[in-house]
Ligand binder design. Structure first.
Ligand SMILES: Nc1nc2c(ncn2[C@@H]2O[C@H](COP(=O)(O)OP(=O)(O)OP(=O)(O)O)[C@@H](O)[C@H]2O)c(=O)[nH]1
Ligand SMILES: [Mg+2]
Length: 201
């Protein structure tokens, strides 16, 4: 009986759509990443990088990874648009913070934006994946350097977190990053928390 029930529970969890919020400063490469995700995981090719425009509103990508349906929200990162990010905190299962690893001059601004975001109670327990994008660029910071600059190691107690290098232009590193997300969302308390929050509304 127990195995039947746990089997049903696992099935329900597997088919539940997981919501991933992608934020970060403008020009970090969020939309380029979103379009690359479409090309990697769906039959419809995403936009080529040279056709991607700065985001004013919201872009979406639906796809399935490791048998799990995912919905990614990509929100504009320009300073005047960052207040919109918080509208999605309560419903996202995980946060992806995209960093232009080649633009060290903006690390301080990016860290301040990340710290503000992580300070929001609506993101309680949500796994954090920091993507050190533009790994193809000469002089791009390594994941260890980004972790150090953004103080990511210190967050381990509060939420599962990881820093991974990607190149959104080519897709390098993107699949391992998505796998980390799916695995850590499922292991986290976030799906149950969001389910309970929705039931109580
Ligand atoms: N070299 C390199 N450039 C990249 C990569 N990913 C994105 N870019 C470039 O970075 C610039 C900004 O990319 P976007 O995807 O528009 O950035 P964004 O984070 O969505 O920016 P906003 O919509 O303004 O928040 C574009 O010129 C991209 O081609 C990458 O992996 N390597
Ligand atoms: Mg964009």
């Amino acid at each position: 009986m127990f195995s039947l029930l746990s089997g049903c529970f696992e099935y329900m969890l597997r088919k539940e759509e997981l919501h991933v919020l992608i934020v970060g400063l403008d020009k970090a490469g969020k939309t380029t990443l979103l379009e690359r995700l479409k090309s990697l995981y769906t039959d419809v090719a995403g936009l080529e990088p040279d056709r991607v425009l700065p985001t004013v509103g919201l872009n979406l990508a639906h796809f399935e990874a490791l048998g799990t349906p995912l919905l990614c929200w990509d929100v504009g990162g320009a300073a005047g648009l960052r207040s919109i990010w918080s509208k999605y905190y309560g419903e996202c299962h995980a946060l992806v913070f995209c960093v232009d690893a080649a633009d060290r001059e903006r690390f301080e601004e990016a860290k301040a934006a990340l710290d503000r975001t992580l300070g929001d109670r609506d993101l309680y327990g949500a796994p954090l994946l920091v993507l050190a994008n533009k790994h193809d660029c000469e002089g791009a910071a390594s994941p260890a350097e980004v972790a150090e600059a953004f103080g990511i190691g210190r967050l381990q107690d509060a939420r599962p977190s990881s820093v991974q290098a990607i190149t959104a232009h080519t897709g390098e590193g993107v699949k391992p990053a998505v796998h980390w997300l799916v695995e850590h969302i499922k292991k986290s308390q976030r799906p149950e928390l969001i389910r309970r929050r929705m039931l109580s509304q």
